[in-house]
Design a protein around this ligand. Structure first.
Ligand SMILES: O=C(O)CCC(=O)C(=O)O
Ligand SMILES: [Fe+2]
Length: 400
């Protein structure tokens, strides 16, 4: 039943697959319990029911599956269907010991943010283990670190070898980016502590009406690269929303390409990055719309606009979550020239710098749209600009 269900999923016959996974799960098969739980989490082939998904994951974990534990840790980051507590560290660690590639990747990024040389070595080792298990993203991140000598002496030959192998599979080198190591009070080297993501960050206010602020060194270089690598395969010409109907439209106001990351593709590392961004914005992760990564080529821009949704478009996408209260954008690479984010009414211009984020309010405190939140992504003059945006709603948008 499990194998048949897996084959049906790859043919998009998800309703039938879900029924089979459920029966195999009830029969006690841990892998089917995990797959059925994932269908319940994301509402694939069945109605979304994260609480029920957690029950199945707990069953699979109790039966000895570290992968189920990994998904429990992933769910717990939202703090809604499961509390984010010390269990998440144990769970991630167990999945790392089991060599589960998404766990290796998440742990690598976790240690890679810390300045201690032992943590840096650990990051490289974990990326290497992940790459050895076929994780293309881990291999790409490893090649960048080796090429630049991040956490080790530069090893251009080793980097070239990895890049050549990736190229034979059609995987290109990531755009060049580096970022300062974020300053955070780290626990003893080698200690996994996911609660690090909850630490307060230093916010620099730039304007109070409308509220605009920046946070420097929010994301590490690995995290910027992860966001770019996650978006790259699904970039499409950006669209805007028709003010009359709310329907998506290609439009001259927004000439970039972008990719909305499907929550089903979010691994734990990507969820940690988003939790980091929403914490910096002072909003729960569950109020965030799906992560969008944008790429602007030379000449491309996002002309002056406001992020709150026009009436009519809210009805199409979770009206109960309210409007877009706030926005946080993280710059992922250095832009050679241009590409600043400009707030003409506030008189603020923010220069892209990898790892830096800009946060701004779109609504007044009483929930009314604030037209002064007008802002633009100025045209990129040279190089390219990569940006990760989270639009944050007034109330819960995500179920976990
Ligand atoms: O590209 C920028 O700097 C601004 C992006 C933006 O306004 C948005 O994503 O809503
Ligand atoms: Fe915007």
């Amino acid at each position: 039943m499990y194998l048949l269900a897996t084959a049906l999923v790859s043919r998009q016959q998800v309703d039938e697959a879900c029924g089979l996974h459920r029966r195999a799960a009830e029969g006690g098969m841990a892998n089917a319990q995990i797959e059925y739980a994932r269908m319940l989490l994301y509402g694939v082939g069945t109605a979304a029911d994260p609480e029920h998904a957690v029950e199945w994951l707990l069953r699979a974990e109790a039966a000895g599956s570290p992968i189920a534990g990994y998904f429990l840790a992933l769910v717990a980051l939202g703090g809604r269907a499961l509390p984010h507590d010390g269990r998440s560290n144990e769970r991630l660690l167990a999945a790392v010991r089991a060599d589960y590639p998404p766990a290796l990747r998440a742990a690598a990024l976790h240690f890679g943010r810390r300045a201690d040389p032992n943590d840096q070595v650990l990051c490289l080792q974990l990326l290497e283990r992940g790459a050895g298990r076929g994780d293309v993203v881990a291999a790409r991140l490893l090649a960048e670190r080796l090429a630049r000598g991040e956490g080790c002496a530069a090893q251009p030959q080793a980097a070239q070898d990895i890049l050549r192998q990736l190229a034979t599979h059609g995987v290109a080198r990531l755009p060049s980016t580096t970022a300062p190591l974020p300053a955070s009070a780290a626990p003893a080297a080698g200690t996994l502590a996911l609660e690090e993501v909850l630490q307060p960050v230093a916010v620099t206010p730039l304007s109070s009406r409308p509220r605009v602020a920046t946070v420097d060194a929010l994301l590490s270089a690995d995290e910027c690269r992860l966001l770019i690598a996650s978006a790259q395969p699904s970039l499409q010409r950006s669209q805007t929303v028709d003010p009359d109907t709310g329907a998506p439209l290609p439009h001259a106001t927004r000439t970039s390409s972008d990719a909305a990351i499907d929550p089903i593709q979010e691994d734990l590392a990507l969820r940690v990055v988003q939790l980091r961004m929403t914490r910096a914005a002072g909003v729960p992760l569950t109020q965030a719309e799906h992560l969008t990564v944008l790429r602007y080529a030379p000449g491309e821009e996002y002309r002056p606009h406001r992020d709150y949704r026009p009436p009519g478009s809210l009805e199409r996408d979770r009206p109960e979550a309210g409007n877009r209260l706030r926005t946080i954008c993280a710059y992922l690479n250095p832009v050679e020239a241009g590409g600043e984010t400009e707030f003409p009414v506030a008189g603020v211009v923010v220069t892209p710098q990898p790892g830096r984020a800009v946060v701004f309010d779109n609504l007044h405190p009483d929930g009314q749209p604030d037209p002064d939140s007008l802002h633009a992504g100025r045209p990129v003059l040279r190089g390219e600009k990569w940006l990760a945006t989270l639009w944050l709603r007034e109330r819960t948008y995500r179920l976990f």
